[in-house]
Write a protein that binds this ligand. Structure first.
Ligand code: SF4
Length: 396
């Protein structure tokens, strides 16, 4: 999930402030790189089995921490009890070793106190709530790069019950989606996938299932939401969610997903999972991200939307949203990603981008206005034509 502060309301007029982007002889944007020559297709997801699992003493003081340990040991995975509340032994001799070690480690910890004060998370939700931090997948554009400090170890929070109990203070105090008339029906929204991928970890923690049950029992205008590139939804079917959890599936054009999203479920698997939850009465959604105008993008994204249309066909009372997010990077995220994936051919060319400054002065590289306008026009038109049930929440 990508925090962002420059989203465009879908009702806002298109800003087309330049000539059409230059095209090469094939009719494609020249500012993008051909993804077909990337490394071999990535391996699709299996349920993640961490190589090393550690638990801190503080985490064992929490009932959910002990539940996670029991669950993981029940899967036949050893859990190492740490003597202190510090994670050690993650650094290797090289950045690559550190990355590999951290990415295969799961730590059961107590959430940092700063995480207990919720922050707005525009444009997705009123509040960001973290049940974990880190992700075992290997997306070469990963949103976490540059956002999290230190080796990318996955931390899951043992103090889940306290985290969920603390949400009541925020109900009715939304500052993002609650302010928009078009989204008022969602109530106060809580985004639970900013720094992780929930379905990558659910089989090890049970945390998001408990969160769904918490919101299902919370008889108020509130909604839990998360987005995922995984498809392991069986344990959510039949839960008393009462429409108060929206699960969105992050999808992309086939060449991008197949080449850049290592260790995730395939897009067809994600869409099958979307259908499963929609049939079970969950509000669902598409996070189409990161949108890239790579060669053949109209054809590939068109095929994706057609596949979505098939996935939602015949679902009664379908509640389907779409969030449209173009690719962007920062100097910091580029540096981290090139450290993690030195062979990547993901386009991160500052010269072909526009600099955009956020509310607090942070700078990111986005596509130039003419490219953004072309993409946005195409997506809004084709979504309406191919998946008319989809309600676009924002474009950014
Ligand atoms: Fe990063 Fe991919 Fe995991 Fe999302 S699914 S957090 S982009 S590695």
């Amino acid at each position: 999930m990508e925090p962002d502060d420059d989203a465009v309301d879908v009702d806002a007029p298109l800003a087309v402030d330049g000539p059409a982007a230059p095209h090469d002889a094939s009719g494609e944007q020249v500012a993008t790189r051909d993804l077909s020559g990337l490394a071999p297709p990535t391996r699709p997801a299996r349920r993640w089995t961490p190589r090393r699992v550690v638990v801190t003493p503080a985490a064992l003081d929490h009932a959910h921490g002990r539940r996670i340990v029991d669950r993981i040991e029940g899967l036949g995975i050893a859990v190492e009890r740490l003597r202190a509340n510090r994670l050690v032994g993650l650094r290797g001799e090289t950045d690559r070793q550190t990355y590999a070690r951290a990415k295969s480690t799961l730590a059961i910890v107590v959430s940092p106190p700063s995480r207990r004060t919720l922050q707005p998370i525009a444009p997705s939700a009123d509040w960001r709530v973290d049940l974990a931090e880190g992700c075992p997948a290997h997306c070469q554009y990963c949103y976490l790069a540059g956002s999290l400090s230190g080796p990318p170890v996955t931390r899951v929070y043992a103090d889940l019950d306290d985290i969920l109990a603390g949400l009541a203070d925020y109900a009715g105090r939304g500052t993002v989606t609650s302010r928009r008339a078009a989204r008022a029906d969602e109530g106060t929204t809580f985004e639970a996938s900013c720094y992780t991928d929930p379905l990558a970890l659910e089989h090890l923690t049970g945390s998001w299932r408990r969160a769904v049950e918490h919101f299902g029992a919370w008889d108020a205008p509130v909604q839990l939401r998360w987005t995922t590139k995984y498809a392991d939804v069986a344990t959510f079917v039949g839960l008393p969610s009462h429409g108060r959890t929206r699960v969105r599936f992050s999808v992309n054009a086939a060449p991008i997903s197949e080449r850049l999203e290592g260790g995730t479920a395939t897009v067809p698997q994600r869409l099958d999972a979307l259908r499963t939850l929609a049939l079970d009465g969950y509000p669902v959604g598409l996070t189409i991200a990161p949108i890239m105008p790579a060669p053949g993008w109209r054809e590939h994204y068109g095929a994706l939307l057609d596949r979505v249309g098939v996935a939602v066909a015949g679902v009664d009372r379908l509640d389907l949203t779409a969030e449209l997010i173009t690719h962007r990077f920062t100097p910091g995220s580029k540096e981290v990603l090139l450290g993690w994936y030195p062979q990547t051919r993901l386009e991160m060319d500052e010269q072909s981008r526009r600099r955009k400054f956020g509310r607090f002065g942070a700078m990111k590289y986005v596509y130039p206005p003419e490219v953004m306008a072309e993409l946005r026009t195409w997506f809004e038109r084709e979504l309406a034509a191919r998946v008319p049930a989809a309600r676009v929440l924002y474009w950014t």
